[in-house]
Write a protein that binds this ligand. Structure first.
Ligand SMILES: Nc1ncnc2c1ncn2[C@@H]1O[C@H](COP(=O)(O)OP(=O)(O)OP(=O)(O)O)[C@@H](O)[C@H]1O
Ligand SMILES: [Mg+2]
Length: 237
């Protein structure tokens, strides 16, 4: 199978227990999921149900207790750190609720940084991205000088600088008012359409998630295809 034919993600019987001292907390109990390239997917579920845990495993920020995470045909859950950090830098973008911009760097430098790590600095693309997120005029400002929505748009630009195939977003608008949140989602949708960027979005905002077809609910350690109005839907095979 050629590379372009692989699914974006395949999760196979994914389990995650957190161990601290004597106690073991099973969080994921056997998650199976297929996500296609360019797909927009939402993950909803109660606080503590394991949404962030799942997103971290998708992005190779943490390793599962058992099971596999296959990203574009490569089993990242078995990769060594070197190879994994390359894939994270080049193919997977992260967007978090609290932006995680480096405070001592300007917006321009924050957005540029992952491409320097990649060794492929592209000033034209950084400029284009800053334009896309409507922050070109603020490019020499520090994060502390920006509003929440502006910081989040900068974080999105940074996540895209190396042309990833997917953005993993953990409550990307959880800290924003609804109007600003809408503008961030419009931006993400535009990027999905224009760049073919896949999105996996964890949110507490179910009314937002229901605007899209692929909604999954974390519950009791499993991921279910969510059915509007039901807490438990059909189990995704
Ligand atoms: N590093 C860790 N060590 C031990 N337990 C952890 C760790 N990270 C998360 N947990 C526990 O695992 C469970 C799932 O956490 P997770 O952060 O994935 O939930 P969540 O669905 O993202 O919740 P929220 O909606 O509040 O962000 C919680 O009970 C949490 O306390
Ligand atoms: Mg979380």
């Amino acid at each position: 199978m050629s590379k372009s034919e692989h699914n974006l993600f395949e999760l196979i019987d994914l389990k995650k227990d957190y161990v601290s001292g004597e106690s073991e907390l099973p969080v994921l109990r056997g998650v199976n999921l297929t996500l296609e390239r360019r797909q927009i997917s939402f993950i909803i579920g109660r606080s503590g149900s394991g949404k962030s845990t799942l997103l971290h495993l998708l992005g190779g920020l943490d390793q599962p207790t058992s099971g596999s995470v296959i990203f574009e045909g490569q089993t990242i859950s078995e990769m060594d750190d070197d190879k994994l950090s390359k894939i994270r830098n080049r193919k997977i973008g992260f967007v978090f609720q609290f932006y995680h911009l480096l405070p001592e760097l300007t917006l321009y430098e924050n957005v540029m940084l992952p491409s320097l790590i990649h060794g492929k600095e592209d000033k034209v693309w950084v400029r284009e991205l800053l334009k896309r997120v409507k922050l070109l005029s603020r490019q020499h400002h520090l994060p502390a000088e920006l509003s929440g929505g502006e910081k989040q748009r900068a974080a999105i630009a940074r996540a895209l600088v190396n042309h990833p195939s997917v953005l993993l977003c953990d409550e990307p608008t959880g800290n924003l008012d609804s109007e600003t949140a809408d503008s961030v989602f419009t931006l993400l949708e535009d990027l999905n359409r224009s760049e073919g960027l896949a999105l996996v979005i964890v949110t507490h905002d179910e009314s937002l998630a229901w605007r899209y077809p692929n909604v999954f609910r974390m519950q009791d350690g499993l991921l279910h295809t969510a059915v509007r109005g039901n807490t438990v839907g059909k189990l995704k095979a």
